[in-house]
Design a protein around this ligand. Sequence first.
Ligand SMILES: [Zn+2]
Length: 150
Amino acid sequence: MQTAKEKDKFDINKIALDIIERKLDLVSIRDYLKEQFENPMWNQLFNNNYELFKKEVDLSCDKILNQEKYQTRLISPYYEQKDPKDIQAVPPELRQKVLERDGYKCVMCGSTKYPQIDHIKPFSKGGETVFDNLQTMCRKCKLRKSMLKN
Ligand SMILES: [Zn+2]
């Protein structure tokens, strides 16, 4: 049943995308999901468990809206474990501003792969999470920097 499962996952994403793109409010989301759940396919798939269905959609929305969070976790568990505050302390809007200022490029090598936010003066040494102390750095350069530091 692997193929069926994958197809359904895809469809869940479609529902999630729909919700995000149409910027539905909570009440509309509920109505929309209830309407979707009347489809026998969903009903069957989630064993008539609406809450479960809703949870899956929520999760899917979260994944779409916070791609970076999930990507970071997938690609680089190292950072999350090593110095989670360093990443998590940067609020999304600030993060966005820094990325935009640096053109989504690593300030060291110019790579656009896996851009991450780096504290110029390290967080662990009292460097603040403010616009002027943040820069965009690719995964590799950041790793190199943190290795040099230690
Ligand atoms: Zn780099």
